[in-house]
Design a protein around this ligand. Structure first.
Ligand code: FAD
Length: 570
């Protein structure tokens, strides 16, 4: 590390667009990648064995839904020794948990509501994610623009209070800028409109991979996980829910299982009401879904180093987030009627974001032509009649149904671990078990077990694997310490796709492309060029015919076309 100048490091760590600086070092080509030696490897290829395992015993918990909520619960339960099964009708994280703004909030936003417990909890939880998965919790400075000295003072006072309450560490305290500093630090911002700024950190994560890491942690602790397995019916025993009938959802598959469990947890995110109605036909809807979209543009088009917090046309808060060579910004907040994996993205959604952001920057206004990717997700919010989407509280809640199924809804990425701990505490009571302490705040997630800082890891990855700094940055963010394993035999989509199948439970090309590699939204042309090499490697591992391989590629292309339709002006 000693031969990198401080300036090189700073350049790397303030996420500016990176020019490819080729690192020298000893590539690890000679190191053998032994996926089976990875103690947290999740290989889900043997579908028959997966369904058989679901039927082989009565579980303490059956968790339905492998989003961040369900994976967090399954990991905590399995680590406490509970016999746990986790199923999902799609892939791990294929619902909302791969479509968020990808921020772990520290609780500053809850200050205004005066809820000190929530502020403290958010700050604690953020620290916990940093501890167990430092690669999935990197500093992301938020620049709040202020129009006058009074606003700046007020915001500073709030942050001082927050920093005390949240025991924020010295190196993460806020700073204030005057207009000249704002101009110097973030040249694209139309600084003349502002008095200055206040800057404080949130953490940036990869939501899909944080979810996946929790699923792998659960499996490593003994949980049985089967993806592409939908709960179609619930099983009742004397008016109590005691399991679910599960069916395989991969095309052409005739697999199923009757899963028995002492407690069933409904963690189906936007779909929780559908499952509640399997328990009680009369159950009234609890959720109000709201859609949020994000758009990404190339970093050289909007060369920011940090997140800029903006006020949208309708005064809602929106913000930019730097991500490698890209900047994304969002989000919208509009009601959406029915749960779906791919909510429709309209040209109005995109226009709203572009029109809201453009006045903040001294650049040629961004247009649809600049948008390189876009994604949409549905917030599973607990409904509050008569309120606008952005006014509905983001609280979470555990609800018990008439036949004993526990539904957990409204949770966020940020507080997933605490919510899971609370739910598993309750499960232990319901099951008359001796309470066991949760260890999820201490036990590292897969890839998170490295010593030294993330910055040091990036440097090591670059040096030892012969990657450019930009490549090493991406590799460390995605894989943490496991980057050495993934790229031991060479870099590129084929190596990543093999790791996705052998270690990360991927069963389709979409699983690799959309949720494990970040390529669908943060790569040239939506990563379409990587589909060919990735699918060839996956075909060999998953036994696909040429026809099946083409179908897998076409599925990804169709997703990309649908997401980008709003940009074509259709
Ligand atoms: P999901 O991730 O949707 O998981 C539910 C799972 O249940 C799905 O995988 C689905 O396939 C499965 N399922 C459904 N029905 C069945 C069935 N019958 N059988 C089996 N499986 C089933 N939070 C933050 O903390 N920070 C942010 O920056 C942030 N930004 C956001 C931005 C947007 C636009 C949105 C939409 C949300 C954002 N959130 C954020 C909130 C956060 O992403 C969600 O609250 C969280 O991901 C919800 O996770 P979940 O596990 O409850 O739901």
């Amino acid at each position: 590390m000693n031969h990198f100048s401080r300036r090189t490091l700073l350049f790397l760590l303030t996420p500016c667009p990176l020019s490819p600086i080729v690192m020298t070092g000893t590539p690890l080509n000679q190191k053998k990648k032994l996926a089976c030696m990875n103690k947290t490897a999740l290989d889900l290829r043997d579908r028959r064995a997966g369904f058989a395992a679901l039927e082989a015993e009565t579980f303490d918990l059956l968790v339905i839904g492998a989003g961040i909520t369900g994976c967090g619960v399954a990991r905590d339960a399995a680590l406490r020794g509970l016999k746990t099964a986790l199923i999902d009708s799609g892939d791990i994280g294929s619902g909302t948990s791969s479509r968020s703004s990808k921020l772990i909030h520290g609780g500053v936003r809850y200050l205004a509501q005066g809820d000190i417990t929530v502020v403290r909890q958010a700050a604690n939880e953020r620290r916990a994610v940093r501890r167990i998965a430092p690669h999935l919790a990197r500093n992301n400075p938020m620049v709040v623009l202020v129009r006058n000295a009074l606003s700046q003072k007020k915001f500073q006072a709030g942050l001082w209070g927050y920093e005390k309450l949240g025991q924020v560490s010295e190196n993460e305290l806020h700073v204030s800028w005057d207009r000249d500093q704002l101009k110097a630090e973030e040249p694209p911002v139309a600084a003349d409109e502002f008095y200055g700024a206040v800057v404080y950190p949130e953490y940036h994560t990869d939501d899909g991979r944080l979810t996946l890491a929790n699923a792998r942690g659960a499996a490593a602790a003994g949980a049985v996980i089967v993806t592409y397995a939908a709960a179609r019916e619930l099983i009742f025993d004397q008016d109590r829910v005691t399991g679910a009938v599960v069916r395989g959802t991969l095309p052409g598959e005739e697999l199923g299982a009757a899963v028995r469990a002492r407690l069933v947890i409904n963690a189906a995110g936007p779909w929780v009401d559908n499952l509640r109605r399997l328990e009680d036909k009369q159950a009234r809807s609890k959720l109000q879904l709201t859609k949020g979209i994000h758009v990404a543009v190339r970093r050289d088009r909007l060369p920011l180093s940090r997140s800029i917090v903006m006020s949208a046309l309708d005064k809602r808060g929106i913000f930019t987030v730097p991500h490698g060579q890209y900047i994304y910004f969002g989000t919208t907040d509009t009601f959406y009627a029915e749960p779906t994996y791919w909510p429709e993205i309209t040209s109005e959604d995109v226009r709203y974001l572009l029109d809201s952001a453009n006045p903040y920057f001294n650049i040629e206004p961004l247009s649809e032509r600049d948008v390189v990717s876009v994604w949409a997700g549905l917030r599973p919010l607990l409904g509050e009649e008569g309120k606008k989407p952005s006014e509905i509280s983001r609280r979470d809640e555990i609800m018990e149904g008439p036949a004993g199924m526990l539904t957990v809804a409204g949770g966020k990425l940020t507080a997933y671990r605490a919510m899971a701990e609370q739910l598993v505490n309750r499960c232990e009571k319901e099951l008359n078990l001796k309470p066991a302490a949760s260890v999820t705040a201490e036990q590292p997630l897969p890839g998170g077990d490295f010593s030294g800082s993330l910055e040091e890891l990036i440097i090591r990855v670059a040096g030892e694997l012969g990657l450019t700094l930009a490549e090493a940055d991406r590799a460390a963010m995605l894989y943490g310490r496991e980057a050495f394993e993934v790229f031991a035999d060479g870099k590129g989509p084929a190596a990543e796709a093999a790791h996705a199948v052998l270690v990360e439970g991927a069963l389709t090309l979409e699983d690799y492309w959309a949720r494990r590699s970040a390529r669908a939204h943060f790569d040239e042309n939506g990563g379409l060029d990587t589909l060919e090499p990735a699918s060839r490697r996956m075909a060999a591992l998953l036994g696909w015919t040429d026809e099946e391989r083409s179908r897998q590629i076409e599925n990804c292309r169709a997703i990309r076309r649908a997401e980008m339709r709003a940009m074509a002006g259709d």
